[in-house]
Write a protein that binds this ligand. Structure first.
Ligand SMILES: [Zn+2]
Length: 295
């Protein structure tokens, strides 16, 4: 289990899956053999499976314990959810909640859930199946959603040609939370409490938010899918197939990297391979990841 201290907070990675899961060339249109050659010494085996040509993108949540509060950032794919279009995520049965329990937290003890955006792999554990109905997994939590993402995907979901939105996850993992009165919609830059700030970071989705955290002078940036893979630290111009607005996705990625390089904030993404988090150094007009320990 990855657990780190950030000022007065403890931050723990709660794993859902970590395996070769996306074909690199399809995931990143700009993927090429030269880049693999140049970065091979750190790419394999944690970030890329060279035998299959697949990226190893972790899917996990970050659990923050600070000042008596328990906050969960991004909630993966979830169990028992029909996602036939993506077989690895279809009707999953993982031990995610057991891993949360191993970190010392029961679902009812989560105070706040924050979704960096509303894609299928960031909202799944928002709900669980209860007698054939999707109900909030974290029934005592306030769920923070981006207003821009909610409005965008609600419209798309209602469109008979384009819906259901995000592979059905809008209906089974977002709407039940809103209907239960547990959603807090945020828009623009705002402070949520003394340690958490959200800022718009549009591009990957229209309402992606960057979550800035600070405790006792130590800083972190929970970046969601502003970056999917550590190679994008070297290549901030690389977008994934899932980035909706190409120019703004690049712009938000650079802003995040500049913030981390300039302030020393630790980067906590949702999909980087082990060790799953890094610092960012400015290097020769660009950026480089600095991993902890032997990585
Ligand atoms: Zn994602």
């Amino acid at each position: 289990m990855v657990e780190l201290k950030l000022g007065g907070a403890t931050v723990t990675r709660i794993e859902e899956s970590y395996e070769p899961n996306f074909e690199a060339q399809k995931f990143f249109p700009a993927w090429n053999a030269d880049v693999v050659r140049q970065h091979r010494h750190w790419l394999s085996p944690n970030h890329y499976d060279e035998a299959s040509g697949f990226l190893k993108l972790s899917v996990h949540s970050w659990l923050i314990k600070v000042g008596g509060k328990r906050i969960l950032i991004d909630t993966c794919v979830g169990n028992h959810k029909p996602r036939a279009y993506r077989p690895k995520w279809h009707m999953m049965e993982t031990r995610y909640l057991e891993r949360l329990a191993a970190a010392g937290v029961k679902p009812d003890e989560i105070d706040m859930v924050m979704c960096t955006h509303l894609h299928v792999d960031h909202v799944g554990w928002n709900t669980r199946l209860d007698n054939g109905r999707w109900v909030p997994t974290f029934k005592n939590a306030q769920y923070v959603f981006s207003r821009e993402d909610y409005d965008f995907y609600q419209k798309l979901d209602k469109d008979p040609e384009k819906g259901p939105a995000n592979g059905g996850s809008f209906r089974d993992s977002v709407l039940p939370v809103v209907e239960a009165g547990l959603a807090q919609m945020v828009t623009g830059a705002q402070a949520l409490d003394e340690s958490l700030n959200v800022e718009p970071a549009p591009g990957h989705t229209p309402g992606t938010i960057a979550i800035k955290f600070e405790s006792k002078g130590e800083k972190a940036l929970f970046c969601g899918d502003i970056l999917h893979h550590a190679l994008q630290v070297y290549h901030p111009e690389w977008n994934s197939f899932a980035c909706l607005d190409q120019d703004n996705a690049r712009k938000s990625r650079r802003t995040a990297l500049e913030h981390c390089a300039g302030t020393g904030a630790r980067l906590l993404p949702c999909h980087f391979g082990a060790p799953f988090t890094c610092h960012i150094d400015s290097k020769a007009g660009g950026f480089a990841p600095r991993f902890d320990g032997r990585f």
